[in-house]
Design a protein. Sequence first.
Length: 306
Amino acid sequence: MAVRVLVLGGTGFIGSHIVDALLTSGHHVRVLGRSFQDRHFSLVEYIQADFGNSIAVTRALEGIDLVIHLVSSTIPSSSNLDPVTDIQVNLINSIKLFNSMREVGVKRIIYYSSGGTVYGNPINIPMTENHPTHPISSYGITKLAIEHHLFMNQQLYGLQPVIFRLSNPYGPKQGHLGSQGVIGTFIKQIINGENIKIWGDGSIMRDYIYISDVVSACMRTIDLNITTGTFNIGSGLGYSLIDIIKEIESCAATKAEVIFDKKRDFDVKKVVLDNTLAKNSLNWFPKYSLRQGIRLHYEWLSKGNI
């Protein structure tokens, strides 16, 4: 059955892929955002407004069955520089969204949290959803606070939140300017013959997931009409930055020049997510290995895409 979906952040990396999948599945899609570059003019209803504009958000919620919340104006490396803005822009505006949902009567929401930051440094690997949450960045603290407000709204007002604690997504359409998305950044640097700069000794380990697997988890949630739960969405495998560089070098058949810089205190040393709950509850399984995903991303960027 077709669902009327409002995608907040629908023109970004993850959001644009989700919008494509929603349209392919025959759902009705509305997108709220500040700017639109790649429009499906006749298929998507666009509302141009800032996420903090409560009037526009309330209007965008009219007639909607499900909200997909992807908006975040910060990343871990920038959030600690200005945690007040992180709270004002991301946490407060999300609370305003939940209030507007109550006002309009929209119950269902899929929120993209951060499996890479909400847990902090690991006690156990891989991390299940029950792992203690001790984030060491403002980004992770804010993500976790938004989760708690969703749970509060669930208990008090009947909101139906599904929370995805996402690992490190990568793939076509992701930016490669160095602020986030190391795989795309490294691939582009190798293609351009540039040096690769990494913080620390390259041993920091992350769980990387290809964008198509991120999207399929969202679509499974919609198809199965899952209305509540917190799920790790990751590959369940960990790779260091050195591992990533070696994999890209193999794909590109070239050697990269790596420059090591001092480590960053806000970088969690190791993140590998246990995705068992998502597999069991959503019947979702990541299909793309790191090698397959890097190959696909490399081919996309090699064609001059940005």
